[in-house]
Design a protein. Structure first.
Length: 167
């Protein structure tokens, strides 16, 4: 796993760390059972990297075993099943399930773009819109971990469902 981007919400960072821990344990279990994870040529993996960079979570990723593009939510559910034993071992089921919240509300980048565009739409200058984005990043970064964010505490502009904002 590469170094991840910095999450503005600590719960998101905890979720990613829990996934990493569970994936490492799952791979260790496979090795101990004389099994291994499928490997694919780098150019195929780069296709999914490109898709993720270009489309985020909206367009899905290529499932090379199935030979088709699969929605991100279905891939996430499959990953939950693969990591269930490991998440139970580390008592981090709630932490990895937080990924569903991330998918539903969007990433920090999604929220930053939304904040910027809504600020411009309300008549703020480019500079003031960028200041509003920085202010929201500071607010999120200072939020305490909860793993059950009270969405009412988040900025009202950011509360709309992520899926609705991608039209």
């Amino acid at each position: 796993m590469r170094v991840t981007d910095v999450c503005t919400l600590i719960d998101d960072a905890i979720c990613i760390a829990a996934f990493f821990l569970c994936i490492c344990r799952m791979l260790y279990r496979l090795r101990r059972a004389n099994q291994r994870w499928r490997t694919y040529p780098v150019f195929l993996l780069n296709e999914n990297r490109w898709r993720a960079q270009r489309h985020g979570m909206e367009q899905g990723l290529v499932d090379f075993g199935k030979g088709e593009i699969v929605p991100f939510q279905l891939l996430l559910e499959e990953l939950f099943m693969l990591l269930e034993e490991d998440a139970n071992h580390f008592d981090c089921v709630k932490e990895i399930q937080h990924a569903q919240t991330i998918v539903a509300r969007g990433t920090s980048a999604d929220r930053q773009l939304k904040r910027y565009h809504s600020s411009i739409e309300t008549g703020l200058s480019n500079r003031d819109a960028l200041i509003a984005v920085v202010d929201s990043i500071i607010e999120e970064t200072q939020a305490l971990p909860s793993l059950e964010h009270d969405e009412q505490k988040l900025d009202p502009v950011l509360q709309t469902d992520h899926a609705q904002t991608k039209s």
